[in-house]
Unconditional design. Structure first.
Length: 67
């Protein structure tokens, strides 16, 4: 029974701290864009492939294939 005198106030303080951390994260914009990073990971290679420096599957640079 005596342990409840410690555990109940400790749990109330812990809930208060967790609430403050959650409030801070919402106010600082941590949850603004949840889907953007996932799509950025998927489509990041597309920018590199369009640069023109990529070697085609034949192994020759693109300007030599046109000759």
């Amino acid at each position: 029974m005596e342990s409840l005198y410690i555990l109940i106030p400790l749990s109330v303080v812990l809930v208060f701290v967790i609430g403050l951390v959650f409030w801070w994260s919402v106010r600082s914009g941590q949850f603004d864009d949840l889907q953007g990073p996932a799509y950025r990971i998927l489509f990041e290679d597309r920018d590199e492939a369009g640069s023109g420096d990529a070697v085609p599957p034949s192994g020759k640079p693109a300007d030599e294939e046109k000759k």
